[in-house]
Write a protein that binds this ligand. Structure first.
Ligand code: CP
Length: 306
C-alpha cells in the first residue's frame, strides 16, 4: 500500500489500512520532534506550498514545521497576500502555483469542496487542511493518534463528539475515521445543531449532555462555529454553556480515566470551562504536538511514499 502521489481529501474515502499506515508512520515522526536537533533530510529538495484561504494557527503552523523538520522548502500563501484579492480564481491561482513545480499543495478554504476541485484540476497532490463544514482529515488523524497513544488501541472505545455538529468539519472527519476503526461514536448537542440523518453515518444521537458524558471513554468538545451559523440556533451563549458546556460539575459524572479533546481554537467559558481545558483530563496541547507528527507522516507518505 502506498499513498505516494495521492490526494488526501477526506477520511470518507480512506481505507482503515491507509489510516493506520499514517498513524504508524507518525509514531516514528514524533520521535524526531523529541530530538535536540529536530531535522532529518527526508524531503530535501522538495517543495511544499501551504495555500490557506481561511485563518489558521495550528494547522498552518504545524504543516510548516512538519515540512521544515523533513528539510523541505515550505512556502506559505494566504488569501490576503495572493492575487485572489485582484479577482483571480482559486483554480487559476493553483494552476500558476503548479507551474512552479511544487511536490504537494496543502489547501484550506472556507468553501466546502475546494480541495476536491483543485485535485481534479491539478496533477500535484493536494492535502485538504480543512474545507468549509465538510472535512478536516489531518485534524481527525491527529485526534485518532492522540487517543491511541493514550489508550493503546481504538477499537471498541466509546467516543462522544459534543456541540455544534452541523457546522463541524472536525466532527465529520472524526465520524468517518472512528467508525472505520471500530469505535462507538455518539454525537451530542442541541437538535438545532444536529445535521439531518446524521445517524446514517453510523453514530448514535443524544441531546442530553449529562447522559453522553457518563458513558464516554473519550469526549471531544467542539467549538461553537458562530462564523458558520447564519441564524441563532440557541437562546443565548449562557444557555448553551449551561446545557452543553463541559464544566467541573458536569465532569463529576464522567469516568475517572476520561480523555478530553478539543480541536481548538477553544471558546473558554462557552463549550469548555477554563479549569477543564487546562485540567488533568485535557489532551488539548498533546493534540497540537501530535499534529506535527501526523503532518510529517502525511507529507512523507504523499511525497516519498516509501
Ligand atoms: N484545529 C484547527 O484546525 O485549528 P486552526 O484553525 O488554528 O488551524
Amino acid at each position: 500500500m502506498s499513498l505516494r502521489g495521492k490526494d488526501i481529501l477526506g477520511l470518507q474515502e480512506m481505507t482503515p489500512e491507509e489510516i493506520l499506515l499514517i498513524l504508524d508512520t507518525a509514531e516514528g515522526m514524533k520521535e524526531i520532534s523529541e530530538r535536540e536537533i529536530k531535522k532529518v533530510p527526508t524531503l530535501r529538495g522538495k517543495t511544499i506550498i501551504n495555500l490557506f484561504h481561511e485563518p489558521s494557527t495550528r494547522t498552518r503552523t504545524s504543516f510548516e514545521i512538519a515540512g521544515k523538520r523533513l528539510s523541505a522548502d515550505v512556502i506559505n500563501i494566504s488569501a490576503s497576500g495572493s492575487s485572489t484579492v485582484k479577482g483571480e480564481t482559486i483554480r487559476d491561482t493553483a494552476h500558476n502555483l503548479e507551474a512552479m513545480s511544487p511536490d504537494v499543495i496543502v489547501v484550506r478554504h472556507s468553501a466546502s469542496g475546494v480541495p476536491y476541485l483543485l485535485a481534479q484540476a491539478l496533477k500535484t497532490p493536494i492535502i485538504n487542511a480543512g474545507d468549509g463544514a465538510h472535512e478536516h482529515p489531518t485534524q481527525a488523524l491527529l485526534d485518532l493518534f492522540t487517543i491511541r497513544e493514550k489508550r493503546g488501541m481504538l477499537q471498541g472505545l466509546k467516543v462522544t463528539i459534543a456541540g455544534d455538529i452541523a457546522h463541524s468539519r472536525v466532527a465529520r472527519s472524526n465520524i468517518f475515521g472512528m467508525t472505520k476503526l471500530g469505535m462507538e461514536v455518539t454525537v451530542a448537542g442541541p437538535a438545532t445543531m444536529m445535521p439531518l440523518h446524521i445517524e446514517k453515518l453510523g453514530v448514535r444521537v443524544i441531546t442530553n449532555m449529562d447522559e453522553a458524558i457518563a458513558e464516554a471513554d473519550v469526549i471531544m468538545m467542539l467549538r461553537l462555529q458562530l462564523e458558520r451559523q447564519h441564524q441563532s440556533l440557541f437562546p443565548s451563549l449562557r444557555e448553551y454553556s449551561r446545557l452543553y458546556g463541559l464544566n467541573l460539575e458536569r465532569l463529576k459524572r464522567a469516568r475517572e480515566d476520561l480523555l478530553i479533546l478539543h480541536p481548538g481554537p477553544i471558546n473558554r467559558g462557552i463549550e469548555i470551562a477554563p479549569e477543564v481545558a487546562d485540567g488533568p483530563y485535557s489532551l488539548i496541547l498533546q493534540q497540537v504536538s501530535n499534529g506535527v507528527a501526523i503532518r510529517m507522516a502525511l507529507l512523507y507518505l504523499v511525497v516519498e511514499g516509501k
